[in-house]
Design a protein around this ligand. Structure first.
Ligand code: NAD
Ligand code: ZN
Length: 244
């Protein structure tokens, strides 16, 4: 349980804020049963995520990469939002008169399922594919897929997951809008991210350096821990409902 003083301090900051930013990582979905990359369960057939979620891995063996995504898609499809996702959706509703935005590194779709609307999926969505030839984008919730890689419905070329892989560049417009929002935020909650991926860390630092009050929630320390005002050690599904 959080101390009443900490709860009170964070509640007061939420009430006083004009613009709220949230950054989430794989940790917020851990309690929904979706493994993080860097925790236990981040390996598959002796491959690390960093060896599979890359354009090179897909060029070498598209079927292998799709098989890994099939395994992850089936886990995501079975998973439900947990009290952490639900608390964030509730925070958005409670602050509908303010500027509010949720930036997630997660691809599992659970924030949307929990009811979050002002949302940017920085790394894409696991249920969306993109044609390697004509760039057609299509949502596909079927799992298992009948053919791997699935063929493009427009031109029959192989589709790839519509996900930002290691070594790929972010959409510049999305990045520009995100930076703008974070620089103008006066409160940021950083939840369940180890802070190993450069751009999300940079986004959080933009808000912190611009003077936003910053709260981290993570059972372990992250690369952002030393930069935040309050770092709460614990699970987001247990802590978020206490402060929201
Ligand atoms: P990460 O795997 O590097 O780190 C996860 C963090 O979550 C760790 O710091 C861990 O201590 C913390 N954590 C574990 N359980 C938690 C809990 N119950 N509550 C709060 N925090 C908890 O994840 P990352 O920083 O998001 O970076 C990994 C990359 O992997 C991202 O780009 C993301 O797109 C991708 N990814 C996404 C999913 C998903 O969509 N659910 C799952 C795995 C990886
Ligand atoms: Zn196509």
């Amino acid at each position: 349980m959080l101390s009443p003083d900490i709860k009170n301090e964070i509640s007061q900051k939420i009430i006083a804020s004009r613009q709220i930013a949230i950054l989430t990582g794989a940790g917020i979905s851990a309690e929904s049963g979706i493994p993080t990359f860097r925790g236990n369960g981040g390996h598959w057939k002796n491959f690390r995520a960093e060896e599979l979620a890359t354009p090179d891995a897909f060029r070498r063996d598209p079927k292998l990469v799709w098989e890994w995504y099939e395994m992850r898609r089936s886990i995501c499809k079975k998973s439900l939002p947990n009290p952490g996702h639900i608390a964030i959706a509730e925070l958005e509703k409670q602050n509908s008169s303010k500027k509010f935005h949720l930036f997630t590194q997660n691809v599992d779709g659970l924030h949307r399922q929990a009811g979050s609307k002002k949302l940017t999926e920085l790394h894409g969505n696991i249920f969306t594919g993109r044609c390697t030839k004509c760039n057609h984008i299509e949502e596909n919730l079927d799992t298992p897929l009948s053919t791997l890689p699935p063929p493009c419905p427009q031109c029959s070329s192989p589709m790839r997951p519509h996900i930002l892989w290691f070594g790929e560049t972010y959409d510049p417009k999305m990045l520009e809008n995100s930076i703008e929002f974070l620089r103008n935020s006066d409160l940021i909650l950083i939840i369940g991210t180890s802070g190993q991926v450069t751009v999300p860390v940079y986004l959080a630092q933009e808000a912190i350096q611009a003077g936003a009050f910053s709260v981290e929630i993570n059972p372990e320390e992250s690369t952002l821990t030393s930069s935040v005002d309050i770092s709460l050690r614990g699970k987001s599904g247990e802590i978020l409902p206490q402060i929201i």
